[in-house]
Design a protein around this ligand. Structure first.
Ligand SMILES: *Cc1c(COP(=O)(O)O)cnc(C)c1O
Length: 464
């Protein structure tokens, strides 16, 4: 390798990145090649001798071009994905460049202090108890895991059982209460923690996917002993919020731990006009959210927030004689997350919050919601098209011709057509198209163009 700076392969990558970003607003949103075509281009036996690095990057870029769904396109409405703010991408490039192991302060004082500041800003933005501790994890899945590990530690500690030392075998039974509308990652997190799916107590949900507080109250009269309740801010389909204040009161009366999965819904707290949806959320014991969703930083970036830092630390902490751990105010990230070695993923969060400010985050959240309503209004005005949910946030559920087959055909037709991309779901037993607007760059024009394309697909199915 030469000592020239910059290395030509970095220049190659920079050019591909620029081309991709330049074309993002106009490119076909869905992927165009499937597994077999991609495999044919990308597969070769592992070479005995290496290849030119720039040629490798060129090859990857050529296949990315045809094999990717552009999740950061302003007309990508699938799942709850979100785009990337330019400042977040810029910071993320540097995260990879600096290649810090953000596990302990001794390795990277810079990353540790960036985290410390980002923690303060996020607690302030979400208006959560300022004494809370925060871990930067890969995503909502691991944020739920981390918070629920702290919960498990806390409720068992309070009945005299140290789950970290003694495990779950022989431990007092822990009641785990979840909503029928909970995200699948709650079940998975609980599974990782030794609480099998069949052991969960399920509370029914209403037609918007909100946990029914009355049902929770009834259930709680039948339970005693250590209890963890999992509530939700932002249903992955409808965007609805559980009645958090009522749930918090019930949890407090029962001395239960209340966890709230707010993967995207917690961001409503950053908006004056929306924060009412999450009223009472501050009364919970732990919260999980994603920065890679609505803050629009690149993957992977989830956030675990725990009010009781001693329980959080007890559940996550690792120590070994070769690690240099801090005693003072310095932050060792490994105390708050499941990982040991870790990329410095708080840096893009810091950069984005600093560049947007409180006002910029609020606008980002409000804009997504306004665009989702615009989409719902445009589609819902068409004969035969129904909006199935109350569009309270950034999610709309759309049904075509009041028919499962037609709705599924519209979803796949839209994916093939390429103007925009949306996925399907089953909502209250009926097929629906999900539209999630989670990208800073989505304009009114993007929505009207997309609505037109969606309706064109629907109409073409009717005339066939
Ligand atoms: C997306 C989502 C998750 C999972 O988050 P990942 O970052 O994909 O792990 C959990 N809960 C809800 C409500 C979500 O929307």
């Amino acid at each position: 390798m030469s000592n020239d700076l910059p290395d030509p392969v970095l220049e190659t990558a920079h050019n591909h990145a620029k081309d991709y970003l330049d074309g993002l607003a106009t490119r076909h949103v869905g992927s165009q090649h499937g597994r077999d075509e991609l495999f044919a281009k990308l597969h070769s036996p592992l070479a005995a001798h290496g290849e030119d690095p720039s040629a490798v990057i060129d090859l990857l870029a050529s296949q990315a071009e045809v094999g990717m769904t552009s999740c950061s396109s302003p007309r990508y409405f699938g799942f709850v994905i979100g785009g990337t703010q330019p400042v977040a991408l810029a910071a993320d490039w540097l995260v990879s460049t600096w290649d810090q192991n953000a596990g302990i302060h001794a390795i990277s004082p810079f990353s540790a202090v960036v985290e410390e500041v980002a923690v303060e800003w996020m607690l302030d933005l979400f208006d959560l108890p300022r004494e809370s501790s925060v871990g930067f994890v890969t995503g909502g899945q691991m944020a739920n895991f981390t918070c629920l590990a702290a919960a498990r530690h806390n409720v068992l500690r309070r009945v005299g059982w140290d789950v970290e030392l003694d495990g779950l075998a022989g431990a007092p039974r822990v009641n785990i209460v979840v909503s029928a509308g909970a995200h699948v990652t709650i079940d998975v997190a609980l599974r990782y923690l030794g609480f099998g799916t069949r052991s969960l107590q399920i509370v029914d949900a209403d037609d918007q996917g909100r946990m029914r507080a009355e049902s929770l109250r009834d259930l709680m009269t039948t339970l005693d002993g250590p209890t963890i309740i999992c509530a939700q801010a932002g249903n992955v389909n409808s965007g609805s919020f559980d009645p958090l204040r009522e749930i918090a009161v019930i949890a407090h009366e029962a001395d239960a731990w209340l966890h709230v999965d707010g993967a995207f819904g917690l961001w409503a707290r950053a908006s004056m006009s929306l924060s009412e949806l999450a009223d009472g959320i501050e009364l919970a014991d732990s919260w999980s959210t994603d920065a890679h969703k609505w803050l629009n930083v690149p993957y992977d970036s989830g956030v675990a927030i725990v009010k009781h830092s001693a329980d959080h630390r007890a559940a996550m902490r690792s120590s070994a004689s070769y690690l240099i751990q801090t005693q003072g105010a310095e932050r060792d990230s490994i105390d708050w997350v499941p990982e040991l070695s870790r990329r410095a993923r708080a840096i893009p969060i810091y950069a984005t919050l600093r560049a947007l400010g409180r006002d910029g985050v609020e606008k980002l959240i409000n804009r997504g919601c306004a665009r989702a309503r615009q989409m719902a209004d445009l589609l819902g005005a068409e004969k035969g098209v129904q909006i199935l949910n109350d569009v309270v946030l950034n999610q709309a559920l759309v049904r075509f011709g009041d028919d499962d087959e037609t709705t599924r055909a519209v979803v796949s037709g839209v994916q093939d057509e390429g103007t925009c991309w949306a996925s399907g779901t089953i909502w209250n037993g009926q097929a629906a198209m999900r539209v999630s607007v989670t990208n800073w760059a989505t304009s009114e024009e993007d929505i009207s163009q997309s609505a037109t394309a969606i309706l064109r697909v629907y109409q073409s199915l009717q005339t066939r």
